[in-house]
Design a protein around this ligand. Sequence first.
Ligand SMILES: C[C@@](CO)(OP(=O)(O)O)[C@H](O)COP(=O)(O)OP(=O)(O)OC[C@H]1O[C@@H](n2ccc(N)nc2=O)[C@H](O)[C@@H]1O
Ligand SMILES: Nc1ncnc2c1ncn2[C@@H]1O[C@H](COP(=O)(O)OP(=O)(O)O)[C@@H](O)[C@H]1O
Length: 254
Amino acid sequence: MIAKSYAKVNIFLKISDKRENYHELVSRFVRVQNKYDIMSFVKTSRKAVNIIGDFGCKMESNTVYKMYNLIKEYKNVENFFNEYEIRVEKNIPEFAGLGGGSSNAATFLLMANKYCELNLSKDQMCEIAQKVGADVPFFVYEYDSANVTGIGEIVEKFDEEVLDIETITPKVQCNTGEIFNCFRQNYYKQISKEESNRLLNMKSIDILNELNIEQANDLYQPAAKTYPLLKEYAKDDWYFSGSGSSFFRIKNGK
Ligand SMILES: C[C@@](CO)(OP(=O)(O)O)[C@H](O)COP(=O)(O)OP(=O)(O)OC[C@H]1O[C@@H](n2ccc(N)nc2=O)[C@H](O)[C@@H]1O
Ligand SMILES: Nc1ncnc2c1ncn2[C@@H]1O[C@H](COP(=O)(O)OP(=O)(O)O)[C@@H](O)[C@H]1O
């Protein structure tokens, strides 16, 4: 019982509106094929739920534990995880804009669905996923590439060739809320319907060939203002993922 829990990057990320304290986005999410955590369920004699991994957070804030709490009432789940411990071999850096925590929560749900025989559809899993975090639905659908809108709950597959993506993660812990605040105060703008439809229909490689780092990600400028060290990594052909701190590029793209 083992599965890969992939990282993602945001090829582009634009803000389309405000929704209470949150911002609605228009984004292309792409899975990073060569960056993943490995999750497994392993038989144990401990008789209590146990999540093992090199996490930088307490058990209560762990996305896998949050997901476990949401599904523990389903048939078989509690008994199953009293017998099997959850192991996560972490390779995806945290606070990195690569969605590691969100990906783990989704992979855990997909594995629990299979091994506890919950028979939940993707759409039903997506409903549960939203409760753990904005990026979790994307990972539930297991698409290589998808257009993601709303706060992250609308996920539509995008057909294109799989890209070879390279990432670099500066040692900066970007605070997503702080960066959105800075965006709202200093850089606020909304993408038009026309421009958003245009980008959502373009291949990722074409988007990156057309846009520079600031045009591709509305959160780059507020992130660089909040954490000036990031500017050192914004070299030619490198793009910014989510609210950072990771940068990425296509290996044999341009
Ligand atoms: C913007 C993205 C794109 O992938 O960034 P990364 O997390 O990958 O860097 C994500 O959707 C982030 O989602 P997530 O990381 O779950 O955000 P949360 O912890 O829920 O949000 C922290 C804070 O950021 C702000 N926030 C978050 C998401 C959003 N669409 N609008 C917001 O304004 C809110 O103030 C919120 O309280
Ligand atoms: N299973 C997990 N793996 C990684 N980070 C987690 C996990 N559970 C909770 N977190 C917490 O989530 C936050 C970062 O989330 P993560 O998804 O790794 O990156 P990002 O939001 O930057 O894309 C950190 O506060 C981290 O401690």
